[in-house]
Design a protein around this ligand. Sequence first.
Ligand code: HBI
Ligand code: FE
Length: 282
Amino acid sequence: MPRTAADFTIDQNWPAYSAEEHAIWRLLFERQQRMLAGRACREYLAGLAGLGVAAGGIPEFGRLSDILERATGWRIAAVPGLVPDDVFFACLARRRFPSTCFIRRRDQLDYLSEPDVFHDIYGHVPMLMNPIFADYMQAYGEGGLKALRLGHLPRLARLYWYTVEFGLIATPEGLRIYGSGILSSAGESVYSLEDPRPSRLRFDLRRVMRTRYHIDRYQESYFVIDDFAQLFAATRPDFAPLYREIAMLPDIEPGAPVPADVVEGGAAARKKEGPRISTARV
Ligand code: HBI
Ligand code: FE
């Protein structure tokens, strides 16, 4: 185990990666590049290109951090694995993204229960090249510290889950992916946009904060934003009154419809007609 400092950061120790570890990165990268053409949002693809994250092998965090810092002031902090919530939020609030260093094994290509370097670097870091998303992530970190103090973390964690990890965005070309949990998953990048089973609902902060989620299978509901400014604006108000309001209301099961849901266009919209936002109420 690498030595962990008091703030949980470690040295990435890039020279220590083996040829097999770089080969696994290459495999994941090439497979995912094929999945994401026409599926990932343009902000993500621009971030990936701007960082020069490519098939060559596991990137060096120092090099990526220098590019990222020039673009949006964020840097990557290497960590050994999941870090405690307060440490995680304190990092985000300081524009430091905690990234794991290890890569999954060859027999875990499709599913891993914890974040690895492919999920963190390929999935999360490109979005931090976008100035509005970068501000959203910092605001989220500040909100996380406050939610911890107020005892409402589970509700705020749902916001992270349904946006940063599993968010979809409506574009003139149809729905696109910006959530890192989807961007780093070959199966879910197709399922989230094209499978008829999950609901794709217009983003609503209260609805999101009340909706439970699964951590061990594809999502039953995705929430669709119009743009990143909408997301950032949603995190502006003081959440304290909202937490009190929501505390009186029952949680919503991951796949359950509620009367006010607005369903967004799915596979059909993505393929040809463009963004068809049906106002059909479930
Ligand atoms: N640690 N390394 C790491 N990565 C995460 O995504 C993470 C974490 N610790 C806590 C945490 N996430 C959760 O609190 C958030 O998902 C809300
Ligand atoms: Fe993640």
